[in-house]
Design a protein around this ligand. Sequence first.
Ligand SMILES: Cc1ncc(COP(=O)(O)O)c(C=O)c1O
Length: 440
Amino acid sequence: MKFSKFGQKFTQPTGISQLMDDLGDALKSDQPVNMLGGGNPARIEAVNELFLETYQALGNDGSFSEDINSTATSSMANYSNPQGDAAFIDALVGFFNRHYDWNLTSENIALTNGSQNAFFYLFNLFGGAFTDEQSESVDKSILLPLTPEYIGYSDVHVEGQHFTAVLPHIDEVTHDGEEGFFKYRVDFDALENLPALKEGRIGAICCSRPTNPTGNVLTDEEMAHLAEIAKRYDVPLIIDNAYGMPFPNIIYSDVTLNWDDNTILCFSLSKIGLPGVRTGIIVAAPEVIAAVSAMNAVVNLSPTRFGASIATPLVENNAIKDLSDNDIKPFYQQQAKTAVTLLKKELGDYPLVIHKPEGAIFLWLWFKDLPISTSELYETLKEKGTLIVPSEYFFPGVDISDYKHAHECIRMSIAADKDTLTKGIAVIGEVVRELYDGAK
Ligand SMILES: Cc1ncc(COP(=O)(O)O)c(C=O)c1O
C-alpha cells in the first residue's frame, strides 16, 4: 500500500515511538522490571477514591434515562459542540475567575482530547508555512526558549519539524542546604539574538512549566521576560501547564501563574490521575478558541465528554484544587525527597548532579563525563531490568551531535512505589559506579 507524504511522515519510526515500544515490550516480559521510564501518574489512594465516588455518582444520576436533563444522559448520549462540553467550560470559567483575576468568559476556553491533541493543533497553527504581507512564503517555527523540553512536541508538525530551540545556562545550586544540584535558566542573550526571531520567522514561543523532563520551573522573572518578548514580536506565548497550578499543582517553588490575551495556557486532567479520559483544556483569546474549535470539528467532531463529566463537579466545588494541594503535590514532593536520598546514598561520591526538583513527576540526573552516552547506559540498565529515558530525545530543534551535556543525562520517573524506586536506583547506582570506576 502506498501512503501519502502526510501518511509517511506520521508512520515513519521516530526515536520516541521506538523507545516507547521498547519500554512497553520490556514491561510485557516475564522478568521483573523497575519502571522508572514512563510518564504515567502515580496511583494515589485519596485521588482514586474521589474519582471512583464521582464516577459512581455519575452512573447513579439517572444514567442514560429518559430524562434528557440527567447529567449522564445529556453529556454521554449527545455530542457537545466542537468547543467542548458547555457545562465543564462554564465550571472552568467560574473556577479560574474565583482563583485568578482573569475575567474569562466561555469564549476563552476550548477542550481537546488530551493536551497532546492541543499541541498538535497549536504547533500547526503557529508553525509551518505562512504567507507574509508581501505575499511571500515564510517558514515559521515554534521557539522553545529552554531545552531540554517535552519529547511529545518533536513530531507533531504535519510537514517537517519547525522548532528553534535555545540551550540553557547551567547554574550549580544548593537544594535544601545540600550541594550537588543544578538549575537550568533561560539564556536570554542567545534568545534575543536569534536571527529567526529578529527576521519574523518565529510563530509562537512555548515552554512547559514545570518542565518535563527536568522538573525545572521557570521563574516569574523568566516568564515575565518571555511574555514581554512574545508581545514585542507579536507572537503568542504558549504555556504547557500539564503539571502546573492550580491542578495538579506538582510545583514546589514559590511562583505565580499569569494569563493575558497574548498567552495560551494549556491544562490537562492527565496528571491529576486521569490520563485515560483524554481531556485537555486551552485558555486563550477568543480568536484562538474559535480556531481550535474549528479544528476539533474537522478532526473529532467534538471532544470527548467523559473527563468533562467527571471533572465538572470537582471544579465547581474546588475539590480538584484541594486534592491537588493536599494529596497530589505532597505525594510527589515526598517521592522526590525519597529518590534524592536514595541517589545520594548510591552515588554521593561520584560526579552525579541532580536538577533541583521543583515540580513534575521526574528527576533529571546529570552524570558528568560519564564514559559512555546515556543511550548506551539505557541499554545496560534495561538488561538489568531498570528502565529510564536517555536525554538525547529531549532536545527538539537542536543539533546535539557536538553537545556533550545532551548525552550525559537521564530522566527517571518518581511516580513508582518506594520498593520500585529503591530497587531501580540501586541498579542505576551499581552500573554507574562501575562505569566511573572502570574509567579511572
Ligand atoms: C509536559 C507535557 N505536556 C503535555 C503532555 C500531554 O498530556 P495529555 O495529552 O495526556 O494531556 C504531557 C504528557 O506526558 C507532558 O508531560
